[in-house]
Design a protein around this ligand. Sequence first.
Ligand code: HEM
Ligand SMILES: *[C@@H]1O[C@H](CO)[C@@H](O)[C@H](O)[C@H]1NC(C)=O
Ligand SMILES: *[C@@H]1O[C@H](CO)[C@@H](O)[C@H](O)[C@H]1NC(C)=O
Ligand SMILES: *[C@@H]1O[C@H](CO)[C@@H](O)[C@H](O)[C@H]1NC(C)=O
Ligand SMILES: *[C@@H]1O[C@H](CO)[C@@H](O)[C@H](O)[C@H]1NC(C)=O
Ligand SMILES: *[C@@H]1O[C@H](CO)[C@@H](O)[C@H](O)[C@H]1NC(C)=O
Ligand SMILES: *[C@@H]1O[C@H](CO)[C@@H](O)[C@H](O)[C@H]1NC(C)=O
Ligand SMILES: *[C@@H]1O[C@H](CO)[C@@H](O)[C@H](O)[C@H]1NC(C)=O
Length: 323
Amino acid sequence: MKANLLLLVSMVVLGVLGVCQGGSLRKRYYRRACPHAEEIVQKVTWSHVSSNPVLPAKFIRMHFHDCFVRGCDGSVLLNSTKNSTAEKDAVPNRSLAGFDVIDDIKSQLEKTCPGVVSCADIVALAARDAVSFQFKKPMWEVLTGRRDGRVSLASEVPANIPAPVFNFSSLNQSFASKGLTVHDLVVLSGAHTIGVGHCNFFSNRLYNFTGKGDADPSLNPTYAAFLRTKCRNLTDTTAVEMDPKSSRNFDSHYFVILNQNKGLFQSDAALLTNKGARRIALELRKSADFFTEFGQSMKRMGAIGVLTGKAGEIRKKCSLVNA
Ligand code: HEM
Ligand SMILES: *[C@@H]1O[C@H](CO)[C@@H](O)[C@H](O)[C@H]1NC(C)=O
Ligand SMILES: *[C@@H]1O[C@H](CO)[C@@H](O)[C@H](O)[C@H]1NC(C)=O
Ligand SMILES: *[C@@H]1O[C@H](CO)[C@@H](O)[C@H](O)[C@H]1NC(C)=O
Ligand SMILES: *[C@@H]1O[C@H](CO)[C@@H](O)[C@H](O)[C@H]1NC(C)=O
Ligand SMILES: *[C@@H]1O[C@H](CO)[C@@H](O)[C@H](O)[C@H]1NC(C)=O
Ligand SMILES: *[C@@H]1O[C@H](CO)[C@@H](O)[C@H](O)[C@H]1NC(C)=O
Ligand SMILES: *[C@@H]1O[C@H](CO)[C@@H](O)[C@H](O)[C@H]1NC(C)=O
């Protein structure tokens, strides 16, 4: 009897702990303090995306970079100061963009409910809404309640953002260090179904893979020849669609081309070098599976290292810590 009670109590305690751990973010966190917050983010995001179709790629990558460095705390948005060089000025900062649009969303929110909605939440919501514009409905659920950090350091970028030359075990290690699984790694790599990559991040695969003037044998030779027409030499920095002909369409086509050995980066190709990952990559060619899984993995990515409760602050301007 006593043992059963103890079991019950410990289950309740563990349950509550579990909720606090994964559940410090909530659905519609701003329901009371700013009832129209999520509508405003969607409206402003959609108005920008309608005239700027590359924005979905910019925002989803911005959210990824935010979450992988110091957790999803809006640190990617901060400007450099006299004292410190911020994440966005890391070399290479790999062409992050869309900061002006985040500022616009923030200023609209500040008009309606000043000092309430965090910049970290804006990034998470805007990434979802930008991608969802194409479908005219939210494609995944975004929990909210993140607060903003006060620190952004370029020096923390290299150790936290995986590089396009990473092999499978380095990718797995990078994601595991953020509490993400191999499954999340494969699913989230599907974000490369939209957007572009610059030649300098993969031209070694076209011209000098092992230092003998050779191409990467794991890259489809026909595709490599096509890419050489875009990237003329090892220093060319032309931007190339990652999912050709479908690079503004959020769909499962990345996994179709990946399985034809047409992944653009070594890190894309690396997903086929592990048996479990390859199995997942094959599965995700089905768009219904990709959409479902992507939403769930984004939820896990969006919860990395978040500041909640009394931690951090709600910035007044997204590019600046509060005075
Ligand atoms: C798995 C490890 C990853 C590596 C090594 C990687 C690397 C890269 C690189 C090198 C670029 C090209 C940047 C440029 O040339 O401007 C890129 C672009 C992009 N990445 Fe990733 N990435 C990874 C995972 C992710 C994840 C998890 C997401 C989001 C969930 C993401 C979203 C994007 C998007 C949308 C672009 C296109 C950006 C644009 O068009 O400006 N990536 N990635
Ligand atoms: C942050 O930097 C951007 C680009 O240099 C600039 O446009 C913006 O005004 C800066 N933000 C603030 C609050 O000064
Ligand atoms: C810059 O550094 C000085 C000296 O360490 C410090 O007093 C000041 O608060 C810092 N300013 C900012 C904006 O971090
Ligand atoms: C990237 O860094 C360079 C040099 O540090 C800087 O001039 C550029 O403005 C940065 N790009 C963005 C989008 O912040
Ligand atoms: C993956 O890359 C890391 C870092 O470069 C290296 O130490 C490791 O041996 C590589 N693993 C495989 C299986 O090639
Ligand atoms: C990925 O990394 C985690 C953490 O280091 C490890 O437990 C797991 O075995 C790795 N998975 C694969 C498939 O290598
Ligand atoms: C290819 O790589 C080798 C070894 O790193 C180097 O010696 C050679 O100069 C490179 N070729 C070109 C065209 O850059
Ligand atoms: C590489 O190609 C670019 C684009 O075609 C060209 O502008 C540049 O001069 C080339 N560089 C070299 C070293 O050939």
